[in-house]
Design a protein around this ligand. Structure first.
Ligand code: ADP
Length: 642
């Protein structure tokens, strides 16, 4: 059955025009006035230029991520925000001053003119303050969002740059926490926290200077009481809170990891009747998050009221010392009252600083986690001197390659292998022998521990990654499909493909029947991870994707999942189309696939045991011959797994 309609009998999903026409509806096109209205709406649409992301496999920001380095490129904007906050709080403090002038100069002196002018000034100051407040709030809000946006892009591109070993070691949930919760906890700090911090420190310094001018000896007593105790208290809180907040960050990461794993593994969880057990595990993790929060809550509860108590003790001490000075006529009652009142204003910024410090510590824990993440260096990276890989001929060579994933656990031992341009090589051998690892080294997912992997004589470590990867197609054992349509998944490797190429790829991969069967043709949704397709259909889609790349070199890890005979024969036809004229390395799990290759390499325990054509290997009566005999004894095609 061929594709229906379209170019050469091919349709990329029925458009509304086509389906209306086919259904015999009165008009097969959108009415003119409707189109005009659409144009009008589009005119008002803001332009969304393509994002400009700088992404490189060789150059990236390598200095450790700290608040200082991150903010250093925004000093001007931060100073502007500080200026606005100072202006806003200055204007807010004008009110009491104008009231005092109005009472002292206007009311007491019975001067209506001064009273009128100060009242007008008061109203004007409130209006200006409101306007400045509006500008400041939107400015700091925007600045905070800009910083968070930059950080998100930096972390995401850093993740995109990482090698496979990184994703094996890191849990997806932990990385998701870094991208979401950790960055979000910095938003408040970026928006207002840092600027407010600076403002409160300035206020504190101004009031301290004023207290010293008012009465140096009382000021000295206050400072001696407040500063050392507060420093000790803050140092204690710093130590306790960073531990607590880091633990909170870890527990949130645990919760998200457990959640993402549970969602991804829902089928297995259900099949093995583990829903209750998974809920119990999640409960345990959530309880430890709850406890971590209680711990930081307790530290906060001691720090906040503790510093407040220091303030009250200081005020009581000043009342006693100052009162004694009044009794000895060394101080007037008015001066003591003024001093105590100013002491209250002295403690207000301290209390704000305490809260801001708590906020800062929370952000600091996130910064530490992000610093650890951003300091990871990809094991596979591009040298700055890397050259562009010329058009591939497809000759692959492994020279004395040793490789291990973990220290002291060799996986490949002294592998020597040469695949000529246009040749199809099948890798066979027991599970865990190292077949997929060979394939991963050829696509430079990993670098060898020693030895060289060469394509057309170029060591893969000397060529630019993108220029290499765009000429190789990799079809993994379990093809990953993205949430989207069949078409979106096929053109994933070459988003600029034209309809004709997509048609060719789908036809060659044998997707025709599937596309014609689905209600929206090639535009039908495949859902997350291709959940709405069968294993065989997912394989065909992955082959179409590879076909579209028109690679000179193909690396294919054959599906191990049991496919029905029809799917297998469809895949075989698709494979024949795909392999035609290309160099291919196939990790074969079926004798039938291995037999069709030009040569077969038998890998066992990380070494190549034997290599040759099917005929040669059968005749040499080695391991392959035994595998082949077992297969033929079991009925050949009917049970064709290795
Ligand atoms: P095959 O494809 O022949 O079944 P692999 O090449 O996948 O075998 O694996 C070879 C060995 O390396 C196995 O022992 C496997 O457990 C181990 N291995 C594979 N991937 C990793 C990894 N990411 N980290 C650690 N060990 C791994």
């Amino acid at each position: 059955m061929g594709f229906g309609g379209g170019i050469g009998g091919f349709s990329i999903g029925p458009s509304s025009v086509q389906s209306n026409a086919e259904a015999g509806l009165p008009f097969a096109e959108l009415p003119d006035d409707f189109l005009k209205r659409i144009d009008k709406v589009l005119e008002k649409e803001p332009e969304h230029p393509d994002p400009k992301i700088s992404f490189s496999h060789s150059k990236w920001e390598r200095s450790p991520f700290t608040l200082k380095t991150f903010l250093s490129s925004h000093v001007f904007l931060l100073c502007l925000a500080l200026l606005l906050v100072v202006l806003e709080s200055g204007l807010q403090h004008l009110g009491p001053l104008l009231t005092q002038i109005a009472i002292d100069e206007g009311v007491s002196n019975k001067n209506t003119q001064i009273l009128f002018v100060t009242c007008i000034c008061y109203v004007a100051s409130i209006a200006i303050s409101a306007a400045v407040s509006f500008v400041r709030t939107s400015f700091t809000g925007r600045l905070g969002e800009k910083l968070v946006y930059e950080l998100r892009i930096r972390v995401f591109t850093h993740l995109q740059r990482q090698s496979f070993s990184f994703f094996t070691n890191e849990k997806a949930g932990v990385l998701m926490t870094r991208m979401t919760s950790d960055i979000e906890s910095l938003t408040v700090l970026f928006q207002e926290g840092l600027v407010n911090f600076a403002v409160q420190i300035i206020t504190l310094l101004v009031i301290t200077a004023y207290l010293i001018v008012l009465n140096p000896s009382l000021a000295l007593i206050s400072l001696l009481l407040v500063i050392p105790v507060n420093i000790i208290f803050t140092l204690w809180f710093r130590k306790v809170s960073i531990f607590g907040y880091l633990s909170v960050r870890d527990k949130i990461a645990d919760i998200l990891s457990n959640l993402s794993e549970s969602l991804a593994g829902m089928r297995v969880i259900t099949a093995f009747n583990q829903r209750k057990y998974r809920s119990e595990i999640h409960d345990k993790i959530t309880v430890s998050h709850f406890k971590a929060n209680l711990y930081t809550g307790r530290a906060q509860a001691l720090f906040g009221p503790g510093t407040e108590a220091i303030g009250i003790i200081t005020q009581a001490t000043i009342l006693f010392v100052g009162g004694s000075m009044v009794l000895k006529n060394e101080l007037s009652i008015g001066e003591l009252t003024a001093f105590i009142l100013f002491l209250t204003s002295f403690f207000a910024p301290i209390q704000s600083l305490v809260q801001l410090y708590n906020q800062y510590q929370q952000g600091n824990a996130s910064i530490e986690k992000l610093r650890n993440l951003l300091s990871t260096t990809p094991s596979v990276y591009e040298k700055e001197t890397a050259i562009e890989m010329p058009k591939l001929l497809g000759c692959v060579e492994l020279k004395s390659v040793d490789f291990n994933y973990e220290i002291d656990k060799p996986v490949l031992k002294n592998i020597d292998l040469k695949v000529e341009s246009g040749e199809v090589l099948a890798l066979v051998g027991p599970t865990g022998a190292g077949k997929s690892t060979v394939a991963k080294l050829i696509s430079r997912f990993y670098d060898p521990e020693s030895g060289q992997v060469l394509i057309d004589g170029y060591d893969l470590r000397d060529v630019q990654l993108e220029s290499l990867r765009k000429q190789i197609a990799v079809v993994p054992q379990e093809p990953f499909l993205f949430n989207g349509s069949i078409k979106e998944n096929v053109i994933f490797a070459r988003p600029d493909s034209n309809e004709k190429d997509i048609e060719k790829a789908c036809k060659a991969a044998g997707l025709t029947d599937l596309i014609n069967r689905l209600p929206n043709g090639i535009d039908s949704a495949v859902h997350e991870r291709g959940a709405s397709l069968s294993a065989g259909e997912r394989q065909l889609l992955a082959l179409a994707r590879a076909f579209l790349c028109e690679p000179q070199l193909l690396i294919l890890d054959e599906a191990t999942s049991n496919l029905d005979l029809l799917s297998e024969s469809l895949i075989e036809v698709a494979l024949d189309n795909l392999l035609n004229g290309r160099t291919a390395i196939i990790v074969a799990h079926r004798i039938a696939t291995a037999m069709r290759a030009d040569r077969i390499a038998v890998i066992d325990n990380g070494s190549i045991l034997e290599i040759g054509t099917h005929k040669e290997l059968v005749e040499s009566k080695g391991k392959y011959a035994t595998m082949y005999k077992t297969w033929t004894d079991q009925g050949g095609m009917e049970s064709n797994r290795l």
